[in-house]
Ligand binder design. Structure first.
Ligand code: PBG
Length: 323
């Protein structure tokens, strides 16, 4: 039985009925705000290509985190800009490294806000690659030691969740083992399981000062053309002990989020990355798109595809819009 009996517009005729049958809901608790932490005091250094985002010193971070807590945001994910970079990414796993200090300060000053840390090396190496470079390429197995040490140092500082974003093979296994040996059996791993070699990370590399000095990341991050491979990556990370998985970027990869949702019964995060943020901001600033509506629609699409939570630079704006 079709038209004229069937009239889908009946359920769209008023906001009241639209609300009743709405399938996808957004809540601030589903948003994770990425933040960039730099050394010093009283510093808020705006990031040109990401309006409204800034590198923050730890004292400023505390204020920002408290605001997020009050807005009901799900949590933060921290990226560090160290005092110094070197070939061995020493700043990544130093017990008094920038992220480790930031986590300690947050845990002391902002109670009840979930603190995630990004586990990677690209912000800490002089060449900007995500691991130890040997013969012009990142050496997988040596890099695993750095990642394991970094994750343990974050857990020691008090991180609630560690999130490896390096895309080395076997890193979840290495991190799980190291955490367990150090007594952190209850620290969950959110793996950036399907992370693509994406042009949309451009603005982030300005923010985190982590652009590779030579070559690119295509020997470790995934080829944007591949979907089946994403499922294989996710399967491997889950076998190695990942508690939650992430797909990154988000909007250009909604098909991957949906496919993962259908195949895996674990919490799925999506990362609306810097380039997605900057595109939307730029169109909003030019008046080409209504910024607030674009923010909500983009986040809704990511959730509708199947993400349980979203890492987004719009976390505060969206939380305010939903209030
Ligand atoms: C570190 C890392 C990157 C992002 C998150 N973690 C950059 C990269 O892989 O080059 C990108 C996030 C964003 O663009 O917002 N490896």
């Amino acid at each position: 039985m079709a038209f004229p009996v069937q009239r889908p517009r009946r359920l769209r005729s008023t906001e009241a009925i639209r609300k009743l049958v709405r399938e996808t809901q957004l809540a601030p608790s589903q948003f994770i705000l990425p933040l960039f932490i730099c050394p010093g005091e009283g510093i808020r250094r705006e990031i040109g290509s990401m309006p409204g985002n800034a590198q923050l010193s730890i004292d400023k971070l505390i204020n920002e985190a408290e605001e997020c807590r009050q807005l009901g945001i799900g949590g933060l994910i921290l990226f560090g800009i160290p005092e110094e970079k070197d070939e061995l990414a020493s700043g990544a796993y130093a017990s008094d490294g920038i992220v480790q200090r930031a986590v300690r300060a947050l845990k002391q000053n902002v109670k009840g806000l979930l603190i995630m840390t990004d586990v990677c090396n690209c912000e800490y190496t002089s060449h900007g690659h995500c691991g130890l470079v040997k013969n012009g390429d990142v050496d997988n197995d040596e890099t695993l030691h750095w990642l394991a040490k970094t994750a343990v140092s974050h857990a020691e500082a008090g991180a609630d969740v560690v999130a490896p974003s390096d895309m080395m093979d076997g890193r979840v296994d290495a991190i799980r083992n190291a955490l367990d040996r150090a007594g952190f059996v209850n620290t969950p791993i959110l793996s950036y399981a399907a992370k693509y070699a994406s042009v949309f990370y451009g603005p982030f590399r300005e923010a985190a000062e982590s652009a590779p000095q030579f070559g690119d990341r295509r020997s470790y991050q995934m080829d944007p053309s591949n979907a089946r491979e994403a499922l294989r990556e996710i399967t491997l990370d889950l076998e190695e002990g990942a508690d939650m998985i992430m797909i990154k970027p988000a909007m250009p990869y909604l098909d991957i989020i949906r496919e993962a949702r259908m195949q895996f019964d674990v919490p799925i995060g999506a990362y609306q990355v810097s380039g997605e943020f900057s595109m939307i901001m730029a169109a909003g600033e030019k008046g080409w798109l209504d910024l607030d509506r674009t923010v909500i629609e983009s986040l809704t699409s990511i959730r509708r595809a199947g993400a349980d939570f979203t890492l987004t630079y719009f976390a505060k704006r969206a939380a305010k819009l939903l209030a």
